[in-house]
Design a protein around this ligand. Structure first.
Ligand code: C5P
Length: 312
C-alpha cells in the first residue's frame, strides 16, 4: 500500500436532497434498472457527512430517522469510503458521522447524498486527488442518484439516471415538502410500476420526454414549471400508499401550484409561488394533519461541498 499523507482533522461535507421535477420511466432493462429520463433539482435540505481518521471503518447516524439508516455493509457512505480507500491504496479506516437533515427513505436520495459526501470527504482526508470526473465514475457505481448529489443544481439525467447533462434553469423555486410516516423502498416502488404496467388493458409507456420541464425552466416561471412537472413513479407510490392522495389533494386545495410525489416517495412535494406562500402552505398542511411533518426549501442549490478544509 502507498503511504499517503493523511489529514489529521475531521472533514465535513454538506450534501443536498434531490427531487425529480420530471421522472419519465421507460422499460425495465436486462440489468434490473429502468431506462429513465429525469430532471433532477437539488433542494436546501442537507445531510452533513463528517469523516475522521480512526482504527476501523464505522458509521454513526444522528438526527431525525437516524435509527432507520442501515449501518452495515449496505450503508452507501461506508461503501463510498471503501471505494476511495481502494483507489488511494490506504485501509478504509475512517469514522463516518452522518447528520441527517434529508428525510430517510423519503424519495429524496438521502442515502445517495451521504455516499456523495463520503466520496468527497474521504478523497480530501486521504489526499487521494481523484478529481470530480473520477469521483463521478465512483458515484455512478454506488447508485443511480449519487452523481447528481455530487453535482447539484438542476440537471437532466438519462440512462438509469446516472448520466448527467447540465440544463439552463433560471430563478429560484420555493418548495414545501410533506414527510410521511415510514419510508418506501425504491426497488419495491419500481416493481409496483412494472406490475401496474402489466395489468390487462394497460397501455405501453410512452417514450419519456422532459421537453416541457426543460422549456419551463428556461423561462424561470413557477406557474410554467408547475404544469410541466410529472412523475411516472407516482402511480406506483400511490398504489402502495393510497393515503398519499389525500396529502397531495390537501396541498392543491391549499394553493400549491403543483403537487407531486417526490421520486419513489412517500415524501410529497409542492411547488409554490414564493417564500411567503411556502410559509403559508407549510402552516396549513401542518394544521390539516395530512402528513408527519413539513419542511420548506428552495432550489436549486449546489451539490456536495466541503465545510471544513483539509489540512495540508
Ligand atoms: O441505483 P440505485 O441503487 O439507487 O437503485 C435502487 C433500485 O431502484 C435498483 O436496484 C432498482 O431496483 C431500482 N431502479 C430502477 N431503475 C433505475 C434506478 C433504480 O429500477 N433507473
Amino acid at each position: 500500500m502507498r503511504a499517503l499523507p493523511t489529514a489529521r482533522a475531521a472533514i465535513t461535507v454538506r450534501v443536498p436532497a434531490k427531487v425529480n421535477l420530471y421522472l419519465g420511466c421507460g422499460p425495465l432493462r436486462g440489468d434490473g434498472f429502468h431506462e429513465l429520463v429525469t430532471v433532477y433539482h437539488a433542494l436546501s435540505l442537507f445531510d452533513d457527512v463528517t469523516v475522521a481518521p480512526a482504527d476501523a471503518l464505522s458509521v454513526t447516524v444522528r438526527g431525525e430517522g437516524a435509527t432507520d439508516v442501515p449501518l452495515g455493509a449496505e450503508n452507501l457512505a461506508a461503501r463510498a469510503a471503501q471505494l476511495v480507500a481502494e483507489r488511494a491504496g490506504v485501509p478504509p479506516n475512517v469514522a463516518i458521522t452522518l447528520t441527517k437533515g434529508i428525510p430517510v427513505a423519503g424519495g429524496m436520495a438521502g442515502g445517495s447524498a451521504d455516499a456523495a459526501g463520503a466520496l468527497l470527504a474521504c478523497d480530501a482526508l486521504w489526499h487521494a486527488g481523484l478529481g470530480r470526473d473520477e469521483l463521478g465514475r465512483l458515484a455512478a457505481r454506488l447508485g443511480s442518484d449519487v452523481p447528481f448529489a455530487l453535482q447539484g443544481g438542476t440537471a437532466l439525467g438519462t440512462g438509469r439516471g446516472e448520466r448527467l447533462t447540465p440544463v439552463l434553469a433560471r430563478g429560484t423555486y420555493h418548495w414545501v415538502v410533506a414527510l410521511a410516516a415510514g419510508g418506501l423502498s425504491t426497488p419495491v416502488v419500481y416493481a409496483e410500476l412494472d406490475r401496474l404496467r402489466q395489468r390487462p388493458g394497460s397501455v405501453p409507456p410512452l417514450t419519456p420526454r422532459a421537453d416541457g420541464v426543460l422549456s419551463a425552466l428556461r423561462t424561470g416561471t413557477p406557474a410554467a414549471l408547475a404544469v410541466a412537472m410529472a412523475n411516472d413513479l407516482q402511480a406506483a407510490a400511490l398504489s402502495l400508499r393510497p393515503e398519499l392522495a389525500r396529502t397531495l389533494q390537501a396541498g392543491r386545495e391549499l394553493g400549491a401550484l403543483a403537487a407531486l410525489v417526490s421520486g419513489s416517495g412517500p415524501t410529497c412535494l409542492f411547488l409554490v409561488r414564493d417564500a411567503e406562500a411556502a410559509t403559508g402552505l407549510a402552516a396549513a398542511l401542518t394544521a390539516e394533519g395530512v402528513c408527519r411533518s413539513v419542511r420548506r426549501a428552495t432550489g436549486p442549490v449546489a451539490g456536495a461541498r466541503m465545510l471544513t478544509a483539509p489540512e495540508r
